[in-house]
Design a protein around this ligand. Structure first.
Ligand SMILES: [Zn+2]
Length: 54
């Protein structure tokens, strides 16, 4: 099976140069931002779970 490669960044729509970036769909900078957002969402989620269990 062929791996899906992205030509452009999913976040800023810039052209992706490296194979690594093409595989994940984000440029180096946007990938870091994406991970940060993911972490923030996860921590918000665990906070809401904690407050719901009261
Ligand atoms: Zn980008």
């Amino acid at each position: 099976m062929k791996k899906l490669l992205y030509n452009r960044c999913l976040r800023c729509n810039r052209k992706l140069k490296s194979l690594k970036a093409q595989q994940r769909g984000y440029g180096e900078h946007c990938w870091k931002e994406h991970l940060k957002e993911k972490q923030e969402k996860n921590s918000l989620f665990s906070i809401s779970v904690l407050s719901n269990s009261k």
